[in-house]
Design a protein around this ligand. Structure first.
Ligand code: IMP
Length: 189
């Protein structure tokens, strides 16, 4: 072991890196501080949207000083395609009731907004006292639904990105940075 910082090679299927590991780390510290301030006087239930948000939730919650619990929900997203189908299906539901709870939905990426629109409505219908959104990435100009994102990580151009939990056909989630997937990967598929 030495103390030199190793240079992470960019994956050959990634056209260019948009957010580095260090930028993610720094932004999570900032978002964590804001969330800790806002929920200082009430417990928050953080709902991570599987699978992509697991990486974001894991890093973000390590920055929180407020009281919180975590649960996960799985909904269908793109599957193996790279365009949203617009159909939201619950694959795994929450384990806790939402009645009277302050909920913060943690999402990997806000694209069309269809998933979050569905979840916000669904959680309010279950009696949540409040529902806010933390999105690691917001795709600029891609929203078909207006969604208020209280905690926004990075606004990125409307391109298909992978890494830090984001996948294409279940691949690339473990990349420590966020980058644009080379279109040849899905054009060849
Ligand atoms: P929305 O409902 O269109 O906002 O899509 C939300 C979900 O689509 C996200 O949670 C992701 O799973 C997936 N998604 C949208 N854009 C991308 C992308 O650029 N890369 C990987 N997954 C994406």
């Amino acid at each position: 072991m030495n103390n030199e910082t190793s240079v992470t090679a960019i994956h050959p299927d990634v056209e260019r890196m948009l957010v580095s590991e260090e930028q993610l780390r720094q932004r999570n510290i900032e978002l964590g501080a804001a969330i800790s301030r806002d929920y200082a006087d009430r417990e928050v239930l953080i709902v991570g949207v599987l699978k992509g948000a697991a990486w974001f939730v894991s890093d973000l919650t390590r920055q929180l000083t407020c009281d919180f619990t975590v649960d996960y929900m799985a909904v269908s997203s793109y599957g193996a395609a790279h365009k949203s189908s617009g159909v939201v299906r619950i694959l795994k539901d929450l384990e806790v009731p939402l009645e009277g709870r302050h909920v913060l939905i943690a999402e990997d990426i806000l694209d069309t907004g269809l998933t979050l629109k569905y979840l916000i409505r669904n959680f309010l219908a279950r009696g949540a006292a409040s529902v806010e959104i933390a999105a690691c990435v917001v795709k600029e100009g891609a929203q078909e639904e207006k969604i208020d994102v209280r905690y926004e990580g990075f606004v990125l151009p409307n391109e298909f990105v992978v890494g830090y939990g984001l996948d294409y056909a279940e691949r690339y989630r473990g990349l420590p940075y966020i980058g644009v997937l080379s279109p040849r990967v899905y054009e060849d598929a």
